[in-house]
Design a protein around this ligand. Structure first.
Ligand code: ARG
Length: 465
């Protein structure tokens, strides 16, 4: 190979150009292109700060700011030509800027390294991603609360071990999800707070030798403050972990809701009908209506869990400070943001379109002796020790099974044959009495659920005001 100086921005000490395989393997431009807005914002703040500190002239600053604005416009309109040889978003933009404005462009990288530059870009990206997810989660929670309100009189069987256990209100069940998503929202808010600290100005790892003003560039970028330790600033991606962790947990919650929609839409449950707009057909079985979207939402939780494992594995064992391994933090991050936002979006549209088979759900809530606990509680309130009451009602259930009767069909005499403490009040045990009885804070009594819904709604209003 002929001897030739490298044409890379960092190439002066190299004798030869990189092998094309090296360029391909090393480059991140195919995906970090997505950070162009953050990268340009970071550069603008940096240039503004350099001029304010008299490190570059105001003329150079203006050339830089205008050049970057033009480049941003070109990228947004798809007119900018990216090159793999220029490796990543930082070098593509810097090289294009220098082609346009000459020496001023060459001064932009004063008192900066790509290491603090990428750490800045990623933090800005994660901060925005948190904002988008927080907004979506809040709107999804409001949809859940509206649906709970609409279904406030709908009764269903509550399950443990997927066996009918006790009657509950559908609204209570939906509000349980709202509570999970409220905590998820909080996790993104906390992630945002930890993310929103500026690494800019920490250079490659040791800080820089110019009299820069880190607080100024941090402030221009809307950061709450600066990361104190320069080595920490360029080397950790724990905020990316936080983000993935919040995404994975939100998706785990969504997967549980999806799973229930899938079950409830089956003939076996028959609790709900999916809207045609949010279901699909089968290519072979003409009668089928499939809950594909809920299944995909359940399935896509796997990606976000995988992405969480990816960032943990990526960070584990890396020596301080920056290593190129870190470049691998991006694709999984982009994938998780997209997955979470798309999934919340589809769930927000699909869920309110479901129509619940209220009568069928109520019938199911009454079946299978689901009021047995209430019979035991009845005896207990007559001063029978709970264990004795439990055992008496066990015998009642067994008697009913033999006689092919429901608990409600038993006569007072039959009840008293099993336990003398039963009296005629026991004949008034119904779904309604069972629900109303559970007025304990957090319980499924209609008034309690309504109160809880109001409290959830005002928390949500408080968050969004
Ligand atoms: N593309 C790199 C990344 O994503 C940017 C930082 C590169 N820094 C370096 N010293 N090679 O992490």
């Amino acid at each position: 190979m002929p001897k030739k100086k490298s044409d890379k921005l960092w190439g002066a000490r190299f004798e030869h150009d990189a092998d094309s395989l090296t360029d391909q393997y090393n480059a991140s431009i195919s995906f970090d292109i997505r950070l162009y807005r953050e990268d340009i914002a970071g550069s603008k703040a940096h240039a503004t700060m350099l001029a304010r500190q008299n490190i570059i002239t105001t003329q150079d600053r203006d050339l830089i700011l205008n050049g970057l604005a033009e480049i941003e416009q070109e990228i947004a309109e798809g007119r900018f030509i990216f090159s793999v040889e220029r490796e990543d978003i930082h070098l593509n933009i810097e090289a294009a800027l220098t082609e346009r404005i000459g020496d001023a462009g060459r001064r932009l990288h004063t008192a900066r390294s790509r290491n603090d530059q990428i750490a800045t870009d990623i933090r800005l990206f994660v901060r925005d991603a948190c904002d988008s997810v927080i907004t979506s989660l809040r709107s999804f929670r409001s949809i859940l609360l509206k649906l709970a309100e609409k279904e406030s009189a709908t009764v269903m069987p509550g399950y443990t071990h997927l066996q009918r256990a006790q009657p509950i209100l559908l609204s209570h069940h939906l509000q349980a999800y709202e509570a999970m998503f409220a905590r998820d929202t909080e996790r993104f808010v906390q992630t945002r707070t930890r993310t929103n600290q500026s690494p800019l100005g920490t250079g490659a790892l040791a800080g820089v030798s110019f009299k820069i003003d880190r607080a100024l560039s941090a402030n221009l970028l809307g950061f709450d403050g600066v990361i104190e330790n320069s080595i920490d600033a360029v080397s950790d991606r724990d905020f990316v972990f936080d983000f993935h962790s919040a995404c994975a947990l939100s998706m785990i919650h969504i997967s549980r809701l999806s799973e229930e929609l899938i079950l409830w839409a089956s003939a076996e449950f028959g609790f709900l009908n999916l809207d045609d707009r949010f279901s699909t057909g089968s290519s072979i079985m003409p009668q089928k209506k499939n809950p594909d979207l809920a299944e995909l939402a359940r399935g896509k939780s796997a990606r976000t869990i995988g992405n969480l494992v990816q960032i943990m594995t990526l960070l584990k064992g890396q020596p301080l400070a920056y290593n190129k391994d870190m470049q691998e933090d991006k694709e999984a991050l982009f994938d998780s943001v997209d997955t979470v936002l798309d999934t919340i979006n589809i769930m927000s549209a699909m869920l309110p379109s479901c129509s619940f088979n209220r009568q069928h759900m109520k019938t199911a809530a009454e079946a299978n002796f689901s009021l047995a606990t209430d019979y035991a509680d009845y005896l207990t309130k007559k001063n029978v020790p709970f264990r004795e009451a439990h055992s008496a009602v066990g015998s009642l259930v067994s008697f009913c099974e033999k006689e092919n009767k429901t608990l409600a069909e038993l006569t007072l005499e039959e009840l008293q044959n099993i336990h003398p403490a039963f009296d005629k009040g026991a004949l008034e045990i119904t779904i309604e009495s069972a629900l109303n009885a559970r007025a304990v804070n957090g319980g499924t009594a209609p008034q309690t659920v309504k109160k809880a819904r109001k409290a959830a709604q005002s928390r949500l209003n408080e968050e969004t005001k």
